[in-house]
Every structure is written in C-alpha cells, then in structure tokens.
Design a protein around this ligand. Structure first.
Ligand SMILES: Cc1ncc(COP(=O)(O)O)c(C=O)c1O
Length: 376
C-alpha cells in the first residue's frame, strides 16, 4: 500500500499498544486511563437533547456557535480579566484538533518546536507530520516537573517557531509557579516565538490556581477542552483562543477538515460553561481523595511520588525497582493485571517513571494498589 511520507513519521502510541494487550486479558484494572470515570452531568446532556428536539441539527458557523464563543469569552474575562473577542475563539474537535491546527497553520517543514520531555505525545507527532523538528527540553523531578525558563532559553535557535507548554501537566501532574509564567513568556517575547499553552487540565487542580499565559504574552495560543473539566471526552468539544493572526489560518484548515462541530454538542458545552460549576467541584473533590490515597500508598511502597497539584495523574519514580519503565509496566500487567503507562511513552526523559491515573473508581484503585504492593 502506498502511504504518504508524513504518515510514516507518526509513531504508533505506546499507550494504545498496552491497552490492546490488556484488552485481551481478563480481570485487568487500568490505572492507565486518561479520561474521567464520571458520566457527563445530566444538565449538560439535557441541553443536547433539547437542542436535538428543537431542530438544532444543521451546520453552524465555522468558528462555532456565537453564544458558545461568547460564553468562552466571558469565562476568560471572569477568571483572568482578559478581553477576548469572539472572533479570537475557534471551536474545535477537542483540544486535539486545536493543537493539530496550530501546527498545520503556523509551522513549516524544517522549523523547530520546543516540546517538554516528558509530554503528551500528540505534539511531537503533529510536528513530525509537517517535517518540523521537536526539540525536547527536560522537565525534572527535582523541580517538581516545572518547565524552567532558563532551560527553554537554552534550546532556542534561529529556527525555533513555537514553544509548547501543558500545565497542569500530563503526564506528571506538575504545575507552574507564577514567576515561571512570567519568565517563560519573556523568553518567548524576546525570541519572538509562538507559545502554545495546552490548558486542558486547568480546572483539575488542588489548592492551586493556574495563571494564563495569554495575560503575559499576546502571541499565546491557548488550547482547551470540555473533555476533562466536564467529563465530556466523547463529545469532542474543544477550542483555541488566539489573536486573529493565528485563528484565521487555523480556521482556513478547519473549514475544510471539519466545517464545524456537532451542533447539539456545542449547545451542551454552552450550558456547561454558563451553569453553576458545582459539578466540576464535586468531581475534583473526588479526584483529590483518590490522589491523597494513591500517593500515600505508592510512597509507602517505596515508590517516591510527588503529590500532584493538578490533573488526575501522578508520576512515581520507579528507579528503586531496578526495572526500566517498560519492564515494570509489562511486569505489572503480567503479574497482577494492572495497567500503568511507562514514563518513556512521553519522551526519553520519562524513563525511570510510570504514569498512574486516578480517574478510576476508588475501590478499583485500592485493589490495584494491593496487587502492585504484593508483587513489588
Ligand atoms: C494534554 C492533553 N492535551 C490534549 C488532549 C486531547 O483532549 P481532547 O481532544 O479530548 O480535548 C489530551 C487528552 O488526553 C491531553 O491529555
């Protein structure tokens, strides 16, 4: 079969491979999962049903329905004091599409994109599809997995076009300090590079309030989504926020790839943003209890684990086991039927760690940790 060169540069996901293997086994507990175990809140589903019943079944504006973009704009005004025009918001098929469009619209073959290591794997694959080079910048355990401005600075060359950040961070659960937001923004401004901030875990935080890069730097593209905040992974609603200079070329591609998002899903997303946010609070409180439990159990087992301030992941250091990340993941799957994700699935610097998700029912989490303790 003739496959385009750009496809050959996309590496199959190690996470998927592991899930494939696990799906053929019985009695497996997955701590690998990257999506909320909660159902979408009922009032959000009801809004989609109402939209369907009232005939909201047609194409919408390519940017997304106006009242949804107004709701997104209000959110940024209320939470960060930012004035975002509705034309600076593009509704996308999850944050995935928003990130993909940013790469496709703004990066050329041969350009360099700075990507933290470890990082969510889509960034390096989006770069590879274009023939752009991903330049990895380590984020380290000793810095609680913050992205350090000086480390970014060292990686900038004449070819650097964009920096990727994702905080609260998948896979480590790390967050940034206020001065990191400032420092990183200044470096991007000095070098005139675009900053793509993937803020999808913005609301899954514990005693911590994230900043918004766009407050510090105009050339920020925010990618965000309803997937994690409102337990809406299957609805496929996300968005990009950026100046027209960036949104316009992204829209040009989006209109031929997707035209627009599913109309009832946009209505539901609007309801999610405009209604009271207690549903989010309830889910985050539940994640917090699980987080405290998981991190204590892992540390008690001798797997050093930093208490994450955001996301539903923690990132234990497994070097004391004497196994590599992949060996330990395989071993846990074979010996006790528990899925964890090898840290190196997110980059070479993730070696020596595994990602453990607590977006799973607490009883299953307890059982999984008992099993791990027995074989470690
Ligand atoms: C960091 C990060 N960005 C983007 C995505 C894509 O999310 P979605 O397309 O569902 O909004 C994910 C999903 O796991 C993620 O973890």
């Amino acid at each position: 079969m003739m496959v385009a060169k750009r496809v050959r540069s996309v590496v199959p996901s190690k996470i998927r491979e592991l899930f494939e293997k696990a799906s053929k086994m019985e009695d497996v507990i997955s701590l690998g999962i990257g999506e909320p175990d909660f159902d979408t809140p009922q009032f959000i589903k009801d809004a989609a049903v109402r939209a369907l019943k009232s005939g909201e079944t047609k194409y919408t504006s390519n940017l997304g329905i106006l009242k949804l973009r107004e709701a997104v704009s209000e959110k940024y005004k209320k939470e960060y004091g930012l004035e975002i025009d509705t034309n600076e918001i593009l509704m996308t098929i999850g944050a995935y599409e928003a990130v993909y469009l940013a790469f496709q619209a703004l990066i050329d073959e041969g350009d360099e994109v700075i990507v933290p290591d470890p990082a969510f794997p889509c960034y390096i694959n989006d770069a590879a599809m274009i023939g752009a080079k991903s330049v990895r910048v380590p984020i380290k355990e000793e810095n609680e997995f913050r992205l350090i401005p000086e480390d970014v600075n060292e990686k900038i060359t004449r070819k650097t076009k964009m920096l990727i950040t994702c905080y609260p961070n998948n896979p480590t659960g790390g967050v940034l300090k206020k001065e990191d937001y400032k420092g990183i923004s200044e470096i991007c401004e000095d070098s005139n590079i675009i900053l793509l901030s993937d803020d999808i875990y913005e609301k899954i935080v514990y005693d911590y309030k994230p900043q918004c890069f766009k407050k510090y730097y105009d050339k920020t593209i925010i990618t965000n989504s309803f997937s994690k905040t409102y337990a809406m992974t299957g609805w496929r609603v996300g968005f990009a926020v950026a100046e027209r200079e960036y949104i316009t070329p992204m829209l040009r591609i989006h209109q031929y790839v997707a035209a627009c998002l599913n109309t009832p899903a946009q209505e539901a997303a609007c309801e999610a943003l405009r209604s009271d946010q207690r549903c989010v609070e309830r889910m985050v409180n539940e994640y917090r209890k699980r987080r405290d439990y998981v991190v204590k159990r892992l540390n008690d087992m001798g797997l050093k684990t930093i208490l994450p301030k955001g996301t539903f992941y923690c990132y234990p250091n497994i070097k004391s086991t004497g196994m590599s990340s992949s060996q330990l993941s395989e071993y846990l799957l074979e010996k006790c039927r528990v899925v964890v994700i090898p840290g190196n699935a997110f980059g070479d610097n993730g070696e020596g760690f595994v990602r453990v998700s607590f977006a799973t029912d607490i009883e299953k989490i307890k059982e999984a940790l008992d099993r791990i303790e027995n074989v470690i």
